[in-house]
Write a protein that binds this ligand. Sequence first.
Ligand SMILES: Cc1ncc(COP(=O)(O)O)c(C=O)c1O
Length: 413
Amino acid sequence: MNKYINDFPLLLQKDEKNRRIDYLDNAATTQKPETVLDAVAQFYRTSNANPHRGTYDLSIKATEILESARKNVCEFINAGTENAVIFTKNSTEALNIIAQSYGSTFLKGGDHVVLAISEHHSNLVPWQIAAKAKGAEISYIYTDNSGIIPPEEIVKKITARTKIVAVAYVSNVTGRINPIEAIIERAHKIGAVVVVDGTQSTPHMPVDVSKLDADFYVFSGHKMLAPLGIGVLCGKKKLLENMPPFLYGGDMIEYVEEQTSTYAPIPQRFEGGTQNVAAAAGLSAAINYLNEIGMSNIQKIETTLTEYMLEKLNNIPHLKIIGSNKPEGRIGVVPFIIDDVHPHDIATILNADNIAVRAGHHCAQPFHAHLGVSSTCRASVYLYNTMDDIDRLAESLKDARRWLGFGSKRIVH
Ligand SMILES: Cc1ncc(COP(=O)(O)O)c(C=O)c1O
């Protein structure tokens, strides 16, 4: 039994058959510990006011909570003095800000935006729009059949025409940790700006944005124990200071006259409208929770779970793991298919055993097309999962084909 599970009320709930949920959809979103739930409730109970707008104590308190969450985020990813942290709704919004504000301002006709074929749609569609608006082109770094980016692809695709490289640190489909340092080094060598989608890396491993030297780094709070509705755009101040705002209105201005306006300095320039202070407080509490365990320890816990899951799944007849079936160079995200059974049917069968996994294209259709599958099932772990969760998954999967009439009937206990 993993002791952390006791901190997560939802995971301790029992269903009508007295079963806990076996929650293995952590790449989609994570459950929230008591301390995060308390931080959100505490904000609304004791400190709720509009930040940055009032001169009275309660508003000042709300402002302090927001700004102290920002400081905690900066320290967590080591943003250093060169970078600024902007709060967004989620990674998708952060990536849209970069594509619209930086991309649409600085791209020119004939420029290349280089993406990995494994990108989540949130780091792909915004670039399609920005590139189209400016007559720029998108080119792709292709993975091999195991979802691994070969070093020669990096050199081949990042060329003198490349102005922006936008790549995920970790793939949400295969869990593969991409060679982000090599990508950043190559991009900077030819003068391109690098956007790192840290949505699947930040929750699962130590991240040092200053050391990485990423120009932009984004992530979503909800995939690392924080509430829904809070994300982070970390960017180099020297770039952000020269970018136009994304959302116009309250809070992001300096002076407004009848015909023109000037804008607030960063980060407020990119934080138009009232911010989600409760979610920021929750994100800060989530960071405290993760720090208390330690990101290296979290990575170790998850590596053990991933090794165990791969061992179990590799031994199930008719089950094929998509991407690499080895534990090295990845996080605990494992996509798989089973002969003759549609991934949605697998997920439905697992659900009957109160096991939650994701089925579909995981917002990465071009990557699925590249790998030659239309959809997969995806099991993904977090620090609160147990070996027992993996055993339950494996047991249920063993029966999946029989449920659908391949072989003898399922025995219901
Ligand atoms: C790699 C990656 N990038 C971006 C996103 C988008 O995150 P959100 O939906 O929180 O904006 C996800 C979500 O699954 C993801 O896994």
